[in-house]
Design a protein. Structure first.
Lengths: 170, 448
């Protein structure tokens, strides 16, 4: 069991690392694009599409890691005035709803992927990308998010710090 | 369902549901997603849960389009820039240099905080990072020197929020992208009001020290010669001008778009870090990890909230509100102040990104119908967001400050220290209303 959970955590971490690398690609790409354009060559036609896709991919790839590390913002002010038992019940309800929502998105995301494979639809931007490839991170991300909330529901950990004040922001 | 026929009941229902879900402890993104599904069932289906499933394909395809947007690229880039600036230690060098230059001026550490915070605001797009950094650096020093709470925490809370107004500001970019207004214009519009606010903070410190000199006791400072001061500024502060040029200069000169300038800002910090020999693999990893954390969180909220604004439009709430606002016999300024007040109230328990996503689809069409300049209105909104960061009981910066302040500091003490600085922000609000040019002069130069 420990081995599985370790391997599973490595998967989440690896996806987050891919997300970080994609951010680096966005950063390096924009510098290259402007530099090439400024010295008189044609700008990188593919860059804008790659950067846009990267934003979506890194959102989906970082999502499970952020759930594990309590990185998605929550407001804890009302919870704190509730008695501990009610607080726990409320937390379980929140986890259950989040799991349900995530599974809905996994299901409908998969339907979109299958549909895109069948129709061969492409996302037309500065590069044409098969739509299924673009959509795949969606069910992957949300299925891992569902598992992460399941961990909380089963009592392995709690998402809440039980302190006033919320998480990170810009 | 019969109750949900008027625009105010629809808007109240949708906004209220998100607020209630947030208060129940739903992660913000999931509060939006839940509301979207229930809202879709009511306004796009026949009100049954099953009919909400009909809207799911729309929600899924919206998800990609909402974040795969070129206009959002400056958000992670400005965050990378700020993270690099703090993790590389360049920020500390700025403070050290300023420390040499203020001599034995009464309240010197408070002034240094305002000067350093203003410089940080131009080098980092993150309000939270600014406040945490300045709090950790300056509060222990000020406490050791016998500074009272309002002289140590107040300037940090005030200048921490400047990062939201003075460019580059990741929140300004986000606001402009969501509201579909001129990103460069909004960034540049923040320069003069931001500097005005910094000047008001300095005047406030001067007055506070005059009233109570013991609040910031004088102490012996190692004397620096003029030559040492100038050299320290040349070595540690002047190079930061390169970063400012990379961002603001390139936008003003029309060489780079705000998106591209964000990338060059981050590159500028990297080049300086190489120059100062502080760029390590560890710094890069920490900076990109920090940027991913904030970017992932913000973009998931955006992903979740896009359908929300469509729901507001589809249900007729947005159109109803605009029709009401243009018909009602109230001065536009009153509606502006109501919107400002709503933001302040929301800011008492909500983070800035969530507030934006909740209010932009309602406020901007309203502002447009009242014929406000949208860049000017965007800046007013940023000012409200900045103030709300420090309003008790749940302003985010108050908690950042409690976390880095000496043990035993209460939230009430922090809030009291912030109060005079909030007053300064209100003065800037009045100035912006009376003299809109304060915000619009520089963007007009850029357009010309």
């Amino acid at each position: 069991m420990t081995q599985i959970s370790k391997a599973y955590y490595k998967l989440i971490l690896a996806l987050a690392v891919v997300g970080g690398i994609l951010l680096a690609v966005v950063f390096v790409g924009i510098i290259l694009d402007v530099t090439i354009r400024t010295v008189g060559f044609n700008s990188l036609q593919w860059y804008s599409a790659v950067a846009e896709y990267s934003l979506f991919f890194c959102t989906m790839f970082a999502a499970p890691y952020l759930v594990r590390h309590k990185g998605h913002v929550v407001v804890e002010s009302l919870r704190l005035v509730l008695p501990p038992i009610l607080r726990n019940v409320l937390a379980k309800v929140v986890y259950a709803v989040c799991i349900l929502l995530s599974l809905l998105f996994v299901y409908y995301g998969l339907l979109e992927v299958i549909d895109a494979i069948k129709t061969g639809e492409e996302d037309l931007r500065s590069i044409d990308m098969p739509k299924w490839l673009l959509m795949v991170p969606f069910p992957i991300g949300f299925s891992l998010v569902a598992i992460e909330f399941l961990r909380y529901l089963l009592g392995f950990d709690t998402y809440y710090s039980d302190k006033v004040g919320s998480g990170e922001s810009i | 369902m019969e109750l949900l026929t008027e625009w105010y009941s629809i808007a109240g229902f949708l906004v209220g549901m998100i607020v209630v879900l947030m208060l129940l402890g739903f992660p913000v993104a999931f509060a939006f997603l839940t509301t979207n599904i229930i809202g879709a069932a009511i306004f796009m289906g026949d009100g049954t849960i099953l009919s909400s499933l009909d809207a799911m394909p729309l929600l899924v395809s919206n998800a990609v389009d909402s974040v795969a947007m070129f206009a959002l690229i400056p958000v992670p880039l400005f965050i990378i820039m700020g993270e690099l600036f703090f993790h590389s230690g360049l920020a500390v060098r700025v403070f050290d240099a300023l420390d040499r230059c203020f001599g034995r001026l009464p309240g010197r550490l408070s002034y240094i905080t305002v000067a350093g915070g203003t410089i940080f605001a131009t080098l980092s797009g993150s309000t939270m990072a600014n406040t945490a950094m300045m709090g950790a650096l300056m509060v222990p020093e000020m406490t050791n020197r016998g500074y009272k709470g309002h002289m140590s925490m107040g300037p940090i809370l005030g200048t921490g929020g400047l990062a939201m107004i003075i460019p580059p500001s990741a929140l300004a970019v986000l606001l402009a992208s969501l509201a579909e207004i001129d990103i460069g214009g909004l960034l540049i519009a923040g320069i003069l009001p931001g500097l005005t606010l910094a000047v008001l903070y300095s005047i406030l410190i001067y007055v506070q020290v005059k009233i109570d000199p013991d609040a910031a006791p004088e102490y012996t400072v190692e004397k620096s010669t003029v030559r040492e001061m100038i050299w320290s500024l040349i070595v540690n502060v002047l190079p930061m001008g390169f970063i400012i040029f990379c961002v603001i200069g390139l936008i003003l000169l029309g060489i780079a778009t705000p998106t591209e300038a964000a990338g060059f800002g981050a590159l500028g910090v990297m080049i300086l870090a190489v120059f100062f020999r502080v760029l390590t693999v560890d710094v890069l990893v920490k900076s990109f990890a920090g940027a991913l954390r904030v970017t992932g969180m913000v973009l998931l909220i955006i992903l979740a909230s896009t359908t929300f604004s469509q729901l507001l439009a589809f249900s007729g709430a947005s159109a109803g509100m605009i029709e009401w606002a243009t018909r009602v016999d109230v001065a536009p300024i009153t509606i502006l102040l109501i919107m400002f007040g709503v933001l302040l109230v929301l800011g008492m328990f909500m983070d800035q990104v969530s507030m934006m996503l909740l209010t932009v689809p309602i406020f901007f069409p309203l502002a447009e119908s009242l014929q406000f300049d949208l860049v000017w209105f965007g800046l007013i909104m940023l000012l409200a967001l900045e103030i709300s960061l420090t309003t008790p009981p749940f302003g985010l910066l108050l908690f950042v400050m409690v976390a880095v302040a000496p043990k035993g500091t209460t939230l009430w003490q922090v809030a009291k220290a912030a109060a005079p600085y909030i007053c300064c922000a209100f003065i800037v609000l009045v100035l912006l209303i009376v003299f809109p040019e304060l915000a619009l002069y520089l963007p007009s130069l850029m357009r010309n």
